[in-house]
Write a protein that binds this ligand. Structure first.
Ligand code: PLP
Length: 182
């Protein structure tokens, strides 16, 4: 890449930090065991995953066993939306999301609509932001999930996820699409 080019698309993809690339290179070339294998290579890989789980959970403030590692963003969105929709179908079939989600969420919602779920798509203001009151107004007794993109993949707008999560009516699970780029 020529040095006089300025890259302004870091919300879509961004270079990996050198220290992360260094660790990944070491793992992929030297510690490549399958973490499910019982031999020493496998056990070493399992220890590495366990330590990564501890580090990530302390950064985002969850329990280590609440983390699920996936192959990428689309897989994560699918797992969360289809998974919660199926697990809570008995409780209700209403989902709240926004008009500015990544297609991996929007297409999943469209498929859920075909399967009998009802989806409310919240509009954003002129700055591309959702307001927690909009979510509060949209929540119904049969709402099972609120899915809001944390940092928009096109323009990088940060949504007030913490406030939305604190809504007293927030009986639903809050799924933030937050992407840790590879
Ligand atoms: C919320 C969200 N989901 C999915 C994707 C696509 O990710 P992937 O290419 O890893 O499937 C992106 C990419 O920016 C994203 O922001």
């Amino acid at each position: 890449m020529k040095m006089n080019n300025i890259y302004l698309d870091h919300a879509a993809s961004t270079p990996i930090r050198p220290e992360v690339a260094e660790v990944m290179m070491k793992v992929m070339t030297e510690q490549y065991g399958n973490a499910s294998s019982v031999h020493s290579f496998g056990r070493a890989a399992k220890r590495l995953i366990s330590s990564a789980r501890d580090q990530v959970s302390s950064v985002i403030g969850c329990r280590p066993d609440e983390l699920i590692f996936t192959g990428g963003g689309t897989e994560s969105d699918n797992l969360a939306l289809f998974g919660i929709a199926a697990a809570r179908a008995e409780r209700g079939k209403h989902i709240i999301t926004t008009m500015i989600e990544h297609h991996a969420v929007l297409h999943t919602c469209q498929k859920l609509e075909k399967d009998g779920y009802e989806v409310t798509y919240l509009p954003v203001d002129r700055y591309g932001r959702i307001h927690p009151e909009q979510v509060a107004e949209a929540i119904r007794p049969d709402t099972i999930l609120v899915s809001v993109i944390y940092a928009n993949n096109e323009v990088g707008t940060i949504q007030p996820i913490a406030e939305i999560g604190r809504l007293p009516q927030s009986v639903a699970s809050l799924f933030m699409s937050m992407l840790f780029r590879r």
